[in-house]
Design a protein around this ligand. Sequence first.
Ligand SMILES: [Zn+2]
Length: 236
Amino acid sequence: MLQMFYRSVLNPIRDFIYPPICFTCNQLLQDDEMRICRACWNSFAKMNPSHPTWVEIKGKFEAEGVVQDILSCFLFEKEGKLQDVVHLLKYRGMKSLGERLGLEIGERIVSDPIFSRADYLIPVPLHKLKRRERGYNQSEHICKGIATVTNIPTHTALIKRLKYTESQTQLNIDQRKENVGNAFEINPKCRPNIEGKSFILVDDVITTGSTINACARILVANGARNVLAASVALAQ
Ligand SMILES: [Zn+2]
């Protein structure tokens, strides 16, 4: 009965909400494609550890000394197709895109000996007002995709965002640091979950890394053994 309900009612609705067309180019999707067609995926600039942007951002983390390593899939280019995808995910309620992008990160995590052994994924938290405004935290949906591939559990209650920070895109690196300094706190109830554990902080796009650093700092201060960072993309 329930199955029939799914087949006859829910699936058609779902297909109506998410028609089988690419979110970025509107081409019809093949059966093995999800949300975004292969041609669009292939058009995103790929990231690897020797890319200058990766080297630069990793260097910034090393200078701060709390994030041990980073992992990312794409270069975030202004006006690029990936920018459209991230925009749909963050501001247009296309949560399933987060899962799709998370699968991509997950594939990279499973082939990395350090990342694959992390105890928890932590989506960078939104302030509760911003979360209420948006209705969801896009990074949680990215974590869902990562977890599908890696089986690493997601911990959403560990870190609380105290400050309601406006969009940081207009701020320079020092202003961003100032903006997110003391913006996070550990949920006291979850403190016992941190000691000796390894974490992957997950964000959609890493730009200066100041948000990730602020989260990493309080995890390390509370006894985390290892803090890593993963994102869909790195921005110059
Ligand atoms: Zn496409």
